[in-house]
Ligand binder design. Structure first.
Ligand code: DOR
Length: 439
């Protein structure tokens, strides 16, 4: 058989389990998988000693283009993604302008085609002004779904009352991704956001998160709409979500699984500030329990870069958010090496989960006919996360100085190697991700 790329002798983690196997890719698709013979390939990668995962999909990033390119843009954000072993990203609508119209979306897709290193999709923002168009907007090319902010965060996107949330959930049919923090409670408690970033999780407390998750679950049930609740941070929300798995999928982030309060704020100051906040150890452990219990469907990085100078402003003028697309997989591999999750968990949470939640067409699995998206990792390799390695325009990471075991060494997107041993290769050639409901 004549193919474009032949990845041989890797230890492949797939629906079949974990086994040494070969993978052949032709015309961007996987065409053979197993103990292969008689393959003639334009390019061969010997993956002996490496693990081969389905391409990692990060379903929550903020890449700031258009409008806030001084923080990040689609070229630097997707370069950071590829460096971290990520093959596709879904980007959030709190750019400037907000992504609210068909023209805003088409502009983002055009920019992605011009400069993205990885495949990409974009969320359309839900706002009172575009509700009547949402059913049409969610079906445009390159749209991963609708994003609804219930509590204010970075940018002005907000749908804070039940009536408007209901209107959004009644419009259209694809899954709606939710930022669940309760705006009335955030406003009531705003006076607590003062003096020190240690007060950030006091202001935006557990009850803020719980109330919003409870409200949106009840409206989702009433309207019969599927939702995806982003960056869950409390064990109580996990208990609630476990009772609603028929309508709600669940995300948590590597930073909420790795850092806890108060240590993260003592060590990192406002660089650990994000929404919803990093909370105490009991919640971190609760998230791990939920992950092991199968409540968590996906890990997204919530990559939300701000400049150093912005983050160094005194709290609460410091903006919320931290980069993470490049460290998502190294952190998970390190947790694997510490015995906290399995390789099967990682695959479920970084590719199969994303495909299941959003109905991705032809990605998220190492199987014949699927896109040739692979992430090659060296599970033994120990590396320190350094500023020099960080490709995000912001140039920092809360994890700089941390040594992890397990490192991405290759990113292959539709049969093209985009990252090899920490270097980007060739030119950017990302394409919009396709979705089953919009074919
Ligand atoms: O901390 C956050 N930063 N949470 C969000 O919801 C938005 C994000 C950003 O865009 O900066």
């Amino acid at each position: 058989m004549q193919v474009d790329l032949y990845v041989k002798n890797g230890t492949v983690v797939s629906h079949r389990g974990i086994e040494v196997a070969d993978i052949a890719i032709k015309d961007e698709k996987i065409v053979a998988y197993g103990d292969l013979k008689d393959i003639e390939a334009k390019e061969v990668i010997d993956a002996t000693g490496l693990h081969v995962l389905p391409g990692v999909i990060d379903t929550q990033v903020h890449f700031r283009e258009p409008g806030l390119e001084y923080k990040e843009d689609l070229a630097t954000g997707t370069a950071a993604a590829a460096m971290g072993g990520v093959t596709a990203i879904f980007e959030m609508p709190n750019t400037n302008p907000l992504t609210l119209t068909a023209a805003d979306m088409a502009d983002k897709v055009r920019r992605g085609r011009e400069k993205a290193w990885t495949d990409f999709a974009f969320f359309i923002g839900a706002a009172a002004e575009n509700v009547s168009e949402l059913a049409m907007l969610e079906r445009q090319e390159g749209v991963s779904g609708v994003k609804l902010f219930m509590g204010s965060s970075t940018g002005s996107l907000l749908v804070d009352n039940d009536e408007d949330i209901r209107r959004v959930l009644e419009a259209g049919s694809r899954r709606v991704a939710i930022h669940a923090e309760d705006e009335p409670r955030l406003l009531e408690r705003r006076h607590l956001a003062k003096d020190t970033v240690l007060n950030h999780p006091v202001w935006r407390d557990e009850e803020c998160a719980y109330r919003a998750t409870q409200r949106v679950l009840s409206i989702a049930r009433e309207t019969g709409r599927r939702i995806h609740v982003l960056h869950i941070t409390t064990k109580q929300e996990m208990e609630l979500l476990a009772q609603n798995k028929d309508i709600a999928t669940v995300e948590t982030t590597p930073q909420h699984l790795t850092l806890s309060s108060p240590t993260c704020y003592e060590e990192l100051g406002s660089f650990a500030q994000m929404n919803p906040p990093i909370r105490q150890e009991e919640h971190r452990l609760g998230l791990w329990q939920a992950l092991r219990d199968g409540i968590v469907d996906v890990i997204g990085s919530d990559h939300a870069p701000h400049t150093r100078e912005e983050k160094e402003r005194p709290y609460p003028e410091s903006p919320s958010g931290m980069p993470g697309v490049q460290t998502l997989l190294p952190l998970l591999l390190d947790h694997y090496n510490k015995g906290e999750l399995t390789l099967e968990n990682i695959v479920d949470l970084t590719s199969a989960g994303a495909a299941r939640i959003y109905g991705i067409a032809g990605k998220g699995r190492i199987g014949l006919g699927f896109d040739g998206d692979l992430t090659l990792v060296d599970l033994k390799r120990k590396e320190e996360i350094t500023e020099e390695w960080i490709a995000s325009k912001c140039g920092w990471s809360p994890f700089v100085g941390k040594t992890v075991q397990g490192w991405p060494v290759g990113t292959i997107i539709r049969g093209r190697q985009v990252m090899k041993d920490g270097e980007l290769i060739g030119t950017s050639a990302g394409q919009p991700v396709k979705f089953q409901e919009c074919m």
